[in-house]
Every structure is written in structure tokens, then in C-alpha cells.
Ligand binder design. Sequence first.
Ligand code: SF4
Ligand code: SF4
Length: 241
Amino acid sequence: MKTITEQKPSEEITGYLKECQRVYLIGCGTCATMCHTGGKSEILESKGKLEASGKKITGWMIIPTACDDLTKYALLEEANNIKAADCILALTCAIGVQNISNYLEGSKPIYPALNTTFIGIEDRPGHFIEVCMQCGDCVLGRSASICPLVRCAKSLLNGPCGGSSEGKCEISTDVPCAWQMVYDRLAATDRLDELEEIEPVKDWSVSISGGPRKIDVIAECVIAATEPTKSEADTLRRPPQ
Ligand code: SF4
Ligand code: SF4
């Protein structure tokens, strides 16, 4: 899984930095490096451009994975250089920006240099496709592992729209029809009868439509460890002999 990012328009970044004379730059060694948006060469390119425009760069680093816990140690190591800056420009995905900001407890303005566009996989070198919109109620088990929500232009859940032509989506001859792919995969494994099952109306309340989502995995582990199994529950319910 990769978080796909694109460089923001330079005018937008210039606007963010207009009150900042001294800037600290942060990139990410994982997804942003793979997308060629926040690796070493992009950081050095940004550094050169900002210096050419009269800004002072107090320092820069590539955090190995800007969305994880080790980020706080990277920030501590560079604390003096970060402190010397008026703001941080983050060449990371939006998760990295928020993670860094949380560790700095909002003490330093941090601006995104990238747009976070989608969750994707690399289907060929340097080419990423969206594969999941994190809907919270996955249907891949009923769609031959092809997400109809993001791979079909109409997010159809019960088969094609009728606009498909020669295996391509009606929106573009460059875009494969998701439902043609589903059909082909099911046909190849003799499972076409699965297409006759009607997908029920989707529950969007578990998606972002239901508000910010959160999961407390620690609490869930504790509950799972302390909840009795069915046989334990039966034993508990059994009246004393
Ligand atoms: S059905 Fe939902 S969870 Fe599954 S791949 Fe598609 S968007 Fe992601
Ligand atoms: S042509 Fe296929 S992918 Fe395109 S909108 Fe119709 S069903 Fe979806």
C-alpha cells in the first residue's frame, strides 16, 4: 500500500511561506520517495529554489517513514535546526504532516508541499493506480478482489453500466472497465455464478460519511482477551450442580 502524492502548485507553496524567512524541510523515505515527490532529490530541488528566492534553509531531513512513531526521534535529533526556522515545509503525505505537527504539538507552523491524492499500488514502474477508498465495509470478497468503488468510474456494485467497449470504460480508452476485469477473473476460475448475487445497498455510515473514524486496538485486544469464549460462557451460565 502506498499513499500517492503530487507536488502542489508552486504559487500555493509560495503563499504559505510568504511570512517565513527561515524554513526547515522534511521529506519522507517511504511513499513520497517512491512517488518522486518527497525524496532526497525533491528536497534538494526545493532547497535550491527556496534559497534562490531569498529564503534561508535552517536544515532538512528525510524521515524514514513520516507517518510512524520513530518520527518523534528524528524531530528530536534535529530540534535545534527546526527551532531556528519560522516554519516547516513538509514534502510528505498529509498523514506525515499531521504526525509531525502532533509531535511538535503545534509549536511550529508546518505547511504541506504535496497533495495527497489516493491510496494506490504500483502496477508498473512509476505508475500508480487507486485501489481503495477505505469505505469501511470491504466487498473485495464479492468482486474478484477488484474494488468496484474506485476502479469503476460510477462505483457500481452490481455489474457494469453498459457503456463498456472492448474491455475499456466509457470515460476513456485508457481506463479498463472494472466490471470487465471482474468478469474475466471470475470466468477464469469458473465462478461466474457469483455475479448473480445481488450486492445489498451499501452501508456508508462506516465510511468517512459517518464522521471521523477511529479504532482503539489496545482496548479491543483487552476485550478479546477478557471476553469468555462460547464454551466458557456456557459454563458460566450453567447453574451450579
Ligand atoms: S470495497 Fe471498500 S475497503 Fe474494499 S477495496 Fe474498495 S474501498 Fe477499499
Ligand atoms: S464502463 Fe465499466 S468501469 Fe466504466 S463506468 Fe461502466 S461499468 Fe464502470
